[in-house]
Design a protein around this ligand. Structure first.
Ligand SMILES: [Zn+2]
Length: 205
């Protein structure tokens, strides 16, 4: 087998670390880039660095943004008393894409997963409880638990429910997104109609 130049091997290895990219796809991408104009590759490299340099985490909801606060938290039209709790910022995009949701979000940064040594303290759960405590004093609020319908997602939703119940405030309505999503599904990959049904079909738990 022919030995590839080091820079090609390094880039293939870098692509292989991306989710959903195997060795074959990684090689295909690298050889594709070898044949594209340098200006395209330079622009891509700048964009890659920019997501690390310019993107910040919203201080309120922990989604991605360019300033201190994301555009959703900053939007006065949004109902700050409906908080949709999701695993990752990409889930915010998925729900935003279906349109119609007028509340705000809270990005946990993952789910409780003992096998991967992720406990509740590694997620933004304390921050959620604090956020709820701060707003619950002026009227009813709804927390929509929209973690993925996986074992870890369900366990995380139940854990958050217990934590919020310990606030023992009657003004907190806790709901879980509907069963339209198949078990083991990922919000990120759900089609818009299914996700829309899951949001509309949320039930109080
Ligand atoms: Zn935000």
């Amino acid at each position: 087998m022919v030995e590839l130049p080091k820079s090609i091997k390094n880039l293939i290895a870098a692509f292989e670390r991306l989710p959903g990219i195997g060795p074959k796809s990684a090689s295909r991408l690298v050889f594709y880039l070898l044949n594209t104009p340098e200006s395209y590759v330079a622009e891509m490299a700048r964009s890659l660095l920019a997501i690390k340099k310019e993107i910040k985490i919203c201080k309120t909801c922990f989604s991605v943004c360019e300033g201190e606060i994301c555009s959703i938290c900053d939007d006065s039209e949004r109902n700050k008393k409906i908080i949709c709790v999701v695993e990752r910022a990409i889930d915010v995009m998925a729900i935003e894409n279906i349109g119609g949701y007028k509340g705000v979000y809270h990005v946990l940064g993952g789910v409780v997963n003992p096998l991967e040594h992720v406990g509740p303290d590694d997620l933004k759960i304390d921050e959620l409880v604090k956020r709820v405590e701060e707003i619950v004093t002026d009227g009813e609020i709804e927390i929509i638990l929209a973690t993925n319908p996986t074992m870890e997602g369900e366990a995380t939703a139940l854990y958050i429910k217990k934590r919020l119940e310990s606030l023992s405030d009657k003004n907190i309505k806790i709901s879980r997104i509907g069963s339209g999503l198949p078990m083991g599904a990922d919000l990120e990959y759900a089609d818009q109609a299914t996700l829309s049904r899951a949001m509309d079909g949320r039930r109080e738990i």
